[in-house]
Write a new protein. Structure first.
Length: 317
């Protein structure tokens, strides 16, 4: 209402918060169920679209407040889904949530906000008289990507290990037999598989998302070289590993320098691959050692920090 008693801003409020259309209904389990379904639907859609977001939850309520504890709202960089009550409370929570998104934070935050005339009110006074705790939880639905160029003995063994992780796993090979359904059937873990039978494997490098990690281990050293050169000509990829001996890497360095790449470019390559856990050259041993090398980049704080860095770099461009 404005100062003359007229209703204002109702249409905009409904556009911004679709669930607010239900506010006038009498309290019933059916209404709560519909609200929960709307929240889940928004979360599922945003996650599928890989949109980073912050889930805002009224963790606790003391005294009077516009909504009850447990109410949720989803905040992205450009939109808001649901409502925790509007006014200064909601605007402040949205501002805090977008700060989390900008900084790429992953640690949950709890903020206490008072709804009194004396409380700080950058976006308007709310004098309900209560106090709420707001929980902010960042959701970054961007899975790390690992691309294996070459799915021979070592490539398949490495794919089996990595397939248990919640990542995007790209399998690239020029040989159809290496990518047969029967051969890849054991890869039934949490990873999302993308399979590319590519006569020219280096052509797939351009399709990799920024920040993707790749391991080059084809059956043909010429293919290895072309894939490696394509990867090094991109400046936004993560780990670049090459299977092989010191002699192979020296030969590759000479050829890559002749193609105009620099020593700085070559320093991005890890060769040989795998942590020095064993002297064994068995495919399974190499796969486990290489998975251990990749693990800090795929799971935990370092992986999240790198993903956030890539997102900020893309935004800057």
């Amino acid at each position: 209402m404005d100062r003359t008693g007229r209703a204002v801003g109702v249409a905009n409020a409904h556009e911004l918060h679709p669930s607010s259309r239900l506010e006038g209904w009498s309290k019933s389990p059916d209404v709560d169920l519909v609200l929960r379904m709307l929240w889940f639907e928004h979360l599922a859609r945003l996650t599928e679209q890989k949109v980073p977001l912050v889930m805002v939850t009224l963790l606790s309520v003391r005294g009077h407040a516009p909504r009850e504890a447990g109410t949720k709202m989803l905040v992205t960089a450009e939109a808001v889904y649901g409502t925790i009550g509007g006014g200064n409370l909601e605007a402040t929570a949205i501002g805090l949530a977008r700060k989390v998104l900008e900084e790429g934070g992953t640690t949950p935050q709890v903020h206490t906000l008072r709804l009194t005339e004396r409380a700080p009110a950058e976006h308007g006074v709310q004098c309900c008289g209560g106090e709420v705790q707001v929980l902010l939880e960042a959701v970054h639905p961007i899975r790390p990507t690992v691309a294996l160029f070459g799915v021979g003995h070592v490539g398949l063994a490495l794919a089996k290990v990595l397939s248990i992780l919640p990542i995007e796993l790209w399998l690239v090979d020029s040989r159809p037999a290496m990518l047969s359904e029967e051969r890849l059937r054991p890869l039934q873990g949490a990873a999302r598989l993308r399979v590319f039978q590519a006569p020219i494997p280096d052509s797939v490098v351009q399709d990799l998302p920024a920040g993707a990690h790749l391991v080059v281990m084809t059956h043909d050293h010429a293919e290895d070289l072309f894939v490696l050169e394509a990867a090094l000509r991109r400046g936004d990829l993560g780990f670049i590993g090459l299977i092989g001996s010191a002699v192979k890497w020296r030969n590759f360095q000479r050829k890559l320098l002749q193609q105009g790449l620099s020593q700085t470019d070559l320093a991005r390559v890890t060769c040989p691959i795998g942590l020095p856990l064993t002297q064994s050259k068995a495919p399974e041993a190499i796969a486990i050692a290489t998975a251990a090398q990749l693990l800090p980049l795929l799971v935990g704080g370092e992986g999240e920090a790198r993903a956030a860095s890539v997102r900020r770099g893309q935004a800057a461009r």
